[in-house]
Design a protein around this ligand. Sequence first.
Ligand SMILES: *[C@@H]1O[C@H](CO)[C@@H](O)[C@H](O)[C@H]1NC(C)=O
Ligand SMILES: *[C@@H]1O[C@H](CO)[C@@H](O)[C@H](O)[C@H]1NC(C)=O
Length: 321
Amino acid sequence: MATISRETVCFGFRNLLILLFCLSVTCLPFFPTTQKRNDKPIIGILSQESRSLPAGKTSYIAASYVKYMESAGARVIPIKINQTLEEYTKIFNSINGVLFPGGAASITSSGYARAGKIFYDLAIEAKERGVHFPVWGTCLGFEMLTVLTSGEKLLTGTNTSGVALNLDFTVEAFESKLFRGFPLALMEALASEPLTENSHKWSVSVETFNTNPELKKFYKVLTTNTDGTTEFVSTMEAHHYPIFGTQWHPEKNAYEWTKPYIPHSPAAVKTTFYMAEFFVNEARKNFHKFESAEDESAALIYNYNPVYTGQTSAFEQKYYF
Ligand SMILES: *[C@@H]1O[C@H](CO)[C@@H](O)[C@H](O)[C@H]1NC(C)=O
Ligand SMILES: *[C@@H]1O[C@H](CO)[C@@H](O)[C@H](O)[C@H]1NC(C)=O
């Protein structure tokens, strides 16, 4: 994987910004003024099984993912596990994007994996009809995306279960959808300071990525990292679909406090916001909506109360279903 020095990063990004400004005001990052826009985007967040659930509950969502999406102007609905294909299709046609969170469920045989596959397939099929439906995977969700795309579990053990790292940007990051709108100072900070929190025992190594034709054809690697032994893919976006993934946790910097290695500096918190803003802007390009205002109200996360779990889990608050 071609990685480049911080000096090259800054130089390249500065040039790119100048180019963007010179092209035209309609080319400013994030949202072209000529494009139709949905200012009421709703993101579905996938719930998952867990060994530690209160009696009578079957799945959970960490509240940080909800706050993360809300911070950039989206509303959220939970996507519960074990629903029928018809129910999931109806939800898909009502919402504007889906987020597969991190966690510890199986990425091949759980309710999380089953629902994830259904939404991924629907998003691919929508794109082929010209409908833009963004999909985001964080950590476990990132790993699941690589399984959904390649049909195989291609993970390598890494020593990354609780560490903040700086991103090694690839040349492709500069022409990426994801990072194009980021402020130069934030890109410089991401390249040089440990602003991205990693909580994973498994990774997709750069070697595996480069030797898997499905992954290589489908995704562009935007950043890599290393645990000192294995270089792994840490941020990717699909070439032809609005599908994005980070092995790291953008939502934690602003909203999770249970671990000493979660960064909370101003640049770390800006990272949370710019990642959320990018994804919510992707969702603003989708025009799915609920059949009625009543259906929408009944589906929203506001119908549920988060529970304080910071004393007993890695998450400050969780929603249980
Ligand atoms: C979901 O379905 C699986 C497999 O059919 C089953 O083992 C599990 O108990 C179900 N979970 C819930 C929450 O219904
Ligand atoms: C794993 O990484 C941590 C630093 O993040 C280091 O302190 C530790 O020694 C490493 N463990 C192994 C087995 O390499």
